[in-house]
Design a binder for this molecule. Sequence first.
Ligand SMILES: [Cu+2]
Length: 169
Amino acid sequence: MKTFAFVCVMALAAAPLASAQATKAPQTKKAPAAAAKAGSAAGARTVEITGSDTMKYSVTEITAKPGEKIHVVLKALGTMPKIAMAHNFVLLQAGVNPQDVANAAFNARATDFIPADMSSKIIAHTGLVGGGETSEVTFTAPTKPGKYDYLCTFPGHFSQGMRGTLTVK
Ligand SMILES: [Cu+2]
């Protein structure tokens, strides 16, 4: 009984160490490439966002001036295969329910989870990125002050909290 308990304690102690090392290494290695690419959208302010295997954005609040040019660079961290874990950034027009877009996206794998019949509800979106990939989009923030939702439309990610808000003021 005593031996069993000791083994359990050792396993618990080792787990956090291993996961901390695993998440640290890729970030430092690949950061320079993303930064070099971000300079391409002239005159726009760059916002870098990462998406993780835990289905979260690193940035969930963006503030912009009315009509400001914004350049979003989305990078997927993580090691899962793209078919099981990928991310995008989809910015919605004011008043659009992100749940409706997430629901429609479930059946839109052929278009990388961008529902074709919802283009009028979307201000801008990146491509779909798997682990280590980067996609970027430049757009002009709405001129009307207010809050605009953005979300990842990969199935299940919105309900896991992969969403954020662009505030124009
Ligand atoms: Cu996602």
